[in-house]
Design a protein around this ligand. Structure first.
Ligand SMILES: [Zn+2]
Length: 190
């Protein structure tokens, strides 16, 4: 009888417990592999766009018709300070910087002007204000306010919004009047 139990448990071990143990360790190995693959995919997604390629932009000043070549992030400080009140939360200003950078890169790749990447007219391309004019319109510690804008732009350096690895046409508005509409119904295009 004792022998029978030994044979019986050996049989159980070989048929059920051993395969279960082997499968579990294989599954662990598999899930480790897929975690590794996911990690690699994440690393690929967060790779920044080729920043040096767009180190400077050609800005058209519509009042003088002059084209000025300026560092991209310096240009963005003038855009963000023109588009959003400096008293807004830093995260809001940073979001604005990312959207403005995305829109700018999109404009470089999809030119509207023959001799420039973008112009300073908000009705045509994107708002822009000179530092001199900006500081003249601010109260209080003007340099501290400008530094706040510069910090927000710098902290988002290299970040843009992409779809299929291309910058999106990043439209934004200051006030939607309570409603939004699909771009395809307003301008055409998706
Ligand atoms: Zn324009």
């Amino acid at each position: 009888m004792k022998k029978f139990f030994i044979y019986f448990f050996t049989f159980l071990f070989i048929c059920f417990i051993l395969p279960a143990l082997l499968t579990k360790s294989e599954m662990n190995a598999l899930s480790e592999t897929s975690q590794e693959e996911n990690k690699q995919a994440d690393e690929e997604v967060i790779e920044p766009y080729t920043y040096n390629q767009y180190g400077t932009i050609k800005l058209l000043h519509t009042d003088t018709n002059e084209v000025e070549e300026v560092p991209l992030d310096m240009y963005l400080c003038h855009v963000v300070s023109a588009e959003m009140p400096v008293d807004f939360e830093t995260e809001a200003l940073k979001a604005q910087a990312i959207v403005a950078r995305t829109y700018t890169i999109y404009k470089i790749k999809n030119k509207k002007h023959d001799n420039a990447d973008i112009c300073d007219d908000s009705n045509c391309c994107q708002a822009w204000i000179s530092k001199e004019d900006r500081l003249a319109r601010w109260d209080g510690d003007k340099e501290a306010k400008w530094n706040k804008i510069e910090t927000c732009v710098k902290e988002t350096q290299g970040k843009i919004i992409t779809y299929n690895n291309e910058p999106i046409n990043a439209f934004f508005h200051s006030n939607s009047g309570g409603k939004t509409e699909l771009p395809v119904d307003v301008w055409g295009g998706r």
